[in-house]
Write a protein that binds this ligand. Structure first.
Ligand SMILES: Cc1ncc(COP(=O)(O)O)c(C=O)c1O
Length: 372
């Protein structure tokens, strides 16, 4: 037997500037962090509303631990479904205007969960070309070909949908994770209705920030590890669909429920999201970032969300720029293939509610410097 040579695979990735590595942080997630021993301003967090280290959310978690302990102890269908889980599901359903919501341990597993439940019910799937990897992996699960329409291109979707027959599933990110732009949900809904397809949207990056457009009888998934500052995810929709997921979704059934104390923390996050204060700060930061970048002639992609990408092209240059920014005290990640299409390596800046205008200005001035 010849064993696979892992070392050679790693060296090949390194040569292509595609080797992934982890930096180690020493303090709570937030704007100011100590990463690999260096103090930096963090511009690559998904903690968009700066709730991950919020005092009220932390206290809710601590109170939750005092009441429920640490682990949930079992899956939802055995003895792991507490009143804290139940209350969070009810609140999430209410917040999104849906009949029911169902908690999952992560967004990745929620996406797998929906596809796994629909496995025997759909005849075709169409996905936006830039959908998140978890949706692509989920598609692979169900033995149907991954058919992809051009990114955010309704004509391309319509042309492909016309050719299908039977029950379909059209799937899109709402805010695209690597580009920050937004799907045209109303247009997609029309095509879904016309072509006998369910519409599923993944709103990992919009939940808590933008009001969701959730058409009747569609499937909505959002994560709780980004704007809500916690972890986990949920799927919301009509009561029958959620009941069906409880029966059929393997990643729901065969896993331990998230900690009840985390649900207590997320309930507090939801309260803070509803108050709108952090969201107003984030939206002001997004505006400030875009206007200041424009004023100093920096070219970003068009995005009104917290995700602001600057396409660089080759991976080596993107890595070098990211390193220069890090050395100057700004943490901005370089996103490379296969996460993004070939030759579109980029610096992906993400904004949070607790960034200050001064921090944004210093960052962008430094970006201008390192690009010169
Ligand atoms: C669009 C999108 N969907 C799903 C996920 C997965 O969510 P989670 O991190 O909760 O697994 C992510 C990112 O992590 C994402 O960006």
């Amino acid at each position: 037997m010849v064993l696979m040579n892992f070392n050679q695979q790693i060296s090949t990735l390194r040569k292509k500037h595609l080797l992934r590595s982890r930096k180690i942080s020493e303090n709570a997630q937030g704007v100011k962090m100590v990463i690999d021993g260096k103090k930096v301003i963090n511009f690559c967090s998904n903690d968009y509303l700066s709730l991950a280290n919020n005092e009220q959310v932390k206290n809710a978690l601590i109170d939750g631990v005092k009441r429920y302990g640490v682990g949930s102890g079992a899956s939802h269908l055995v003895s792991g479904h507490s009143d804290a889980h139940h209350e969070l599901e009810e609140n999430l359903a209410n917040f999104t205007g849906q009949e029911r919501a169902l908690l999952f341990t992560s967004g990745y597993s929620a996406n797998l969960g929906v596809f796994s439940a629909l496995r025997d019910e759909v005849d075709w799937v169409l996905q936006d070309k830039l959908n998140h990897a978890s949706l692509i992996d989920a598609n692979r699960l169900i033995d149907l070909p991954i058919q992809r329409y051009l990114h955010n291109n309704i004509d391309s979707l319509a042309k492909k949908a016309e050719k299908q027959s039977g029950q379909g599933l059209i799937v899109t990110d709402n805010i695209f994770s690597m580009d920050g732009d937004r799907a045209k949900i109303s247009d997609i809904e029309k095509i879904a209705n016309f072509s006998n397809a369910f519409l599923m949207q993944d709103d990992a990056h919009g939940f808590g920030i933008f009001e969701a457009n959730i058409p009747k009888n569609s499937i909505y998934m959002a994560t709780l590890g980004k704007a809500a500052g916690a972890m986990g995810a949920f799927v919301a929709g009509n009561a029958d669909f959620i009941d069906y997921l409880v029966q059929k979704s393997r990643p729901y059934v065969y896993t331990t429920a998230i900690s009840p104390s985390l649900c207590c923390a997320t309930l507090k996050s939801l309260e803070l999201i509803k108050s709108g204060e952090q969201k107003a700060k984030l939206l002001a930061n997004i505006d400030y970032f875009r206007n200041f970048a424009k004023s100093i002639n920096l070219n970003f992609e068009v995005s009104e969300s917290a995700i602001q990408p600057m396409i660089i092209g080759d991976s080596e240059t993107a890595l070098k720029l990211s390193k220069k920014l890090f050395d100057a005290g700004f943490y901005v990640s370089a996103i490379r293939p296969p996460t993004v299409p070939p030759n579109t390596a980029r610096l992906r800046f993400t904004l949070c509610a607790n960034h200050s205008f001064d921090q944004i200005e210093s960052l962008l001035n430094k970006v201008k410097d390192v690009m010169a």
